[in-house]
Every structure is written in C-alpha cells, then in structure tokens.
Design a protein around this ligand. Sequence first.
Ligand code: GDP
Ligand code: MG
Length: 705
Amino acid sequence: MRFALAGNPNSGKTTLFNLLTGSTAHVGNWPGVTVDRKEGTYRNKGVKASDACERIDIVDLPGIYSLSPYTPEEVVARNYILDEMGDGPDLIINIVDATNLERNLYLTTQIMESDIPVVVALNMTDVLHRNGAKIDERALSERLGVPVVAISALHAEGIGELMNRACEVAKKGRKGSSVIEDSPMAEAFGRIVDLFREKGLSHPVFRAVKAIEGDILYTGDNADVARRIEEIKHNIALRPELEGDFEAAVADARYRYITEHYKSAITRPSGKSGRSTSEKIDSVLTNKVLGLPIFFLFMFLVFHLTFAEPLMFTDRFVEDGIPSPGVLLQTWMGNFTDAVTEATAGLLESMGASDWATGLIIDGLFAGVGGVLSFLPQILMLFLFLSIMEDTGYMARAAFLMDRPLRRFGISGKAFLPLLMGFGCSVPAMMGTRTLDDEKERRLTIMLMPFFSCGAKLPIWSMFAAAIFPNNADKAVFAIYFIGIAAAIGAAIVLRGTILKGAASVFIMELPAYHWPKLRNVAANLWEKARGFIVRATTIIAGATIVIWFLSNFDFSFSMVDPNSQESIVGVLGSALVPIFRPLGFASMPDAWKAVVAIVTGLIAKEMVVSTLGVLYNPEVEGDALEDDAAAGALAAALVASFSPAAALSFMTFNLLSVPCMAAVATANAEMRSGKWLWITIGFWLLTAWVGAFIVYHATRLMGF
Ligand code: GDP
Ligand code: MG
C-alpha cells in the first residue's frame, strides 16, 4: 500500500509524516524539479503480516492550496495524485487544519474529484478543543462523502483510528465526485464526464472540472474531444450567471459549497460566558484597530522610562523634572566608574607611573571600557521590559500583530519572531531562523537582522541621545528603532523584488495564554545579559580598546605623537576613508576621521563604537581636571562640538544598519552555508548602511535640523 499526505502548507503534514514514518524517512527530489520528495514507511502492528495494510509507504506531498498547474508544487502534487508517473498512491490522506477549516477545504473539494480513495485527517483539534470549539466529524463526513477523522499530529492523538479507516477505504476504492454537480454548470459538466468515460480516460471527474476551467492539460490530445468540449462549453457560456468566466465560476462553486456545508458542522464557543481571561485581554491587545497603536505605545513607554531625562509626566510638577529610572541608574553607574577612574589615577600618580602608562590605563582602558560599562543599567532596564513582555506572552502577540502589515512586504509573522529576538542579539536570532522552512525567507530574515537594533548598539544610542538630544533622548532612541524597521521594510521590498523573489510564508501560531511574568525567568534573563555584557566589555572590548589607544598615540614609525592627532596610525587610516563618508554629513565635522574609525571598529563589535569614541575624544585630562567630574561631561561636550544633530543621526543610522559584528558574520556564514550569499549579505549591509545614513542625513536637514 502507498498513501500520500496532501494538504495546505502548515497544516501539519510534516509532523504527521514524521510521526507515521519515524526513522524510516528519506528525502529526495521529485523527478525533474527541486521540490522535496519525502518518503517513509508506516508499520501497523495491529494487523497480520499478510494484511496489505501491515506495511504502508507514506509520501509527503508538497504543501499546496490547489491542484491547478501554477506552481511546481501544484504540478508535482497533481501529477502524482493522477498517477502520471506510474507510482501513484492507493489513498490520499488529506490533512486539514481544523482551525482554518474554510480555507483548507478548498483543496479538499479538488482532491475529492480524483478517483483515488480519500480520508480527511482533521488536524490541530487540540487547539480547537482548547478554544472551546467543536467540529462534528460525522456531519462533515456525510456532507463531503469521505471519512473524516479528528487527530492531533502534535500530540499523536487519533492516529491509530486514522490509519485503520484509511486502510478500509483504500481497499474499497472510490469514484470521484465534484461540487460542480450542485452548480449551474452541472449539465455541461455531466456531458464532459460522460465523454471522458466513453474515451476510457482515468479520473474523468477531475479531468472534466479541469476542462471546464480551461486547463488544457486535461482536454486530452484528441482533437475531436477538444472540439466537443468547446461545443458544450459554448452552449452554456452565454448563461448570465457564468459571465463567461469558467474558472471563476468553478472557484465560486467550491466556496459556496464549503460555506454551506461546513458552517453547520462547527460549533464555536457561545457568547461571552465561555471566554477566558486571555481572550478578553486579547480582544483589546490584538484588536484589529487598536492592537498596533497599543504595541507602539508600549514600546514608546519602555524607551521613555529607560532613556528620558526628564520624564514626560514630571517636568510640569517638579521644576527640573525627574530623570527616568534608566537615566538615574546610568548616572550613578557613571559616577561610580568615574570614582574608580579617579582613584586609579591617584594610585598611579602616587606610584610614580610614567605618563605613558597613565595614558594607556586612564585615557585608553578606563575611558573606553568605563564608557561602555556605564550604560549597563540602561541595557538591563530595557531588557527588563522586553523580557516581561516576552514572559507574559505579549511578544507572541506582537508577531501576530506585525504579520498583517509586514506580509505585503514579504515578511511573515513567522520571520518576525526571530527578528524580534534580534533586539537582544543577532547571533541567537539568526540561529532562530531555522524555524523557517523556506530558504529564501531564511536568507531574507538573516539579511534584515541587523536592522533590529541589538543590545550592543544601545550604548551608542544612549551616548548620543544624552549628548546631542538631551531633551528628547527617549524620542531619539525610539526614532532609531523606527528607522531600523523602516529600513527592514524598504530592504524587504527590494530583495523580494530582485534576488529573493517570493511571498511570505503562511503564519499559524498558537498564542500562549497570558500569565504573570515569572521572577525567575526574568531574573535569569537579565543576569545572562548582564554577565555577557560585562564579560565582553572586560575582555574583547578592553583588548581592542588598548589596541585603539596604541594606534591613536603612535604613528607609522612607532614614535609617540600627540594623543588622538591626525598623524597617528588610526588618524591616517581614518582620514583616508573620510571621502566615502562625506555625503553622509561627515564633511562638516572637525574630526570626521574619528567618527570613521569608530564606524570601522564597530564592524568588529558594536560596543567598540562607544569605546573608540571614548578614547579618541577623550580630552587631555590633567590630574586635577578629573576632580570636576569631568570625563562624561567633557566627552559629551566633545561630541556636541563635532556632531551636528543631523550628522549624529546619520552616524547612528550607519551603525544601526551596517555589519553588526564579527560574531554575527560568522553566524550568517554558518546559517547560509554559501560563501556567495555571505558576501552578498555583507555587501548588502554596508550598502544599506550608506544609503540609509544618506537618506537620514538629508531628510533631517530638510526638516530643519
Ligand atoms: P506542514 O507545513 O504541513 O509540513 O506543517 P508542519 O508539520 O511543519 O506543522 C506546522 C506547525 O503546526 C508546526 O509548528 C507544528 O508543530 C504545528 N502542528 C502540527 N500538528 C499540530 C497539532 O495537531 N496541534 C498543534 N497544536 N500544532 C500542530
Ligand atoms: Mg512541511
């Protein structure tokens, strides 16, 4: 016996296939096309070895919505079902997603038209039951004229019964039937079926429907048959209800049949009484109109609490306003690192350390690493909010909400989930794209990943927002995240229209019930972030910062120059690259090369942008200047002197969109498994960064900054 699994994408075919075949599955290609062909064996232990159903070959057909000949998947599936290749199935298990019955039955009405026995496996019934809905399988089975068995592939429920029913039906055989028999085309249809029967063609009902639809494949090669079909169609074509469009009329007949017959087979939970708390919350939070505005409001609140100085609500009541908790914590952390710096400087002086050593430790290491570390509280603050949103189940809703607006640009909610993870770190997020089946969608998602600003970029936003936009710090950071999403949409349009042509995959997700965030989960998450950040800052970032300090204090002949002068090694190298960045607003900056060097070191790791700026803009701090709580203030002043608001936004945008870090490049390489695509991706990131920064710079200038 040989059974084929047919169904819509995401109906659970692969899950059922794996369940049935276990370890026997093997994957090849369909003859002539590179569409997956999966085969395996199901052993039925409940029957005698002599029974035909003891051993069943299972073939997983590609996911399809119809049996028309428009995509390679559809062609493969229908050729196989109609046995064009001589190895056709004895039965089709039509797997149907019960939570999406109406859409899924469209394919069922077509499969029923073949002469192959069919069983409908009503999958995902666990979800249905949890939602309190019920489907009357018996009623549905009567209406469709084929057996219907409720299963849950995920929980391995109903599988035994499904296979037993399938075996019974497979042994009996079956004649195709069509919903067209109930339509205005019934008479013409019947005559074409008779014609095909006369000629001894297989699957006469299926072929007759295709002939009516004008699908030439099934009018046969016989010129006489083709002429008679045209005659029959011509006779009914003038009927007003058809309007001459047969294909539309057939589709219409299918939908009419489905709505008529499935509505009474399904009982949804009645009214309000059965609604759970989660459903009540969702009626607001995932509301068609309110859902997205609420999501953006939440996000803005998060940025406001983390970055605003002063808080929006307080400045009216308190003279100077109260800084947000994030800013407050950051100030304390800054004071702390300053105090440590000061103490160390004092210690070095009392030990009689050379200027050289003092410079390296104080102006290099402490200015660079201390600068990065002082942003730790704000990073934790942001991740505190994000992990609460995730733990309560709200993030899953966010993916669901974003699915609709992003779908038209070729990004599905399924891809949006790893992209959301990208707000934490691109590396695990890129690995998360393994949940996507479609290779193009995976590539697209990996390529869009940097645009979802990761944690390591936060110090850059925080530093610039505080220095350049002190009164609108929260809005500046929010704007950066927004620019990232806009860039992702723009890039998706371009990529989907060129090298990654294709549509977003179907997104079906079970929304978890809301629950209160678990302190353990949130704390563990934060601890992980904090530890990772501190370890990176004190190892890789510290090491690289020392290198930058050397390169900015020595020239090519390795003699010491004035700290951070253009004669230094990075000064010369950075200046050489400045012309590339001139159109991005770097031309008017007094020390444009410093920004360029920060951008380049940022390609290694994004924290390096802040530590490099910390070193390069670190003013010559004399021993006593430190006492004026100088470092942070002096750095901010240096930034204000160098970056116009437009140039600052352009600089931030470039860092947002360009190559995220070396770890992300290595991950992209591992996940794409193609040197060619890795280079395309790197080139794409650099190009988008340049173009994005260009647009942002000129747009902000036009808007009057
Ligand atoms: P395919 O595209 O038809 O091969 O579908 P998959 O087998 O990949 O399943 C799509 C998604 O539905 C996966 O996330 C499965 O875990 C999930 N899924 C499949 N069957 C069930 C089921 O019976 N119940 C639930 N809750 N989820 C299921
Ligand atoms: Mg699959």
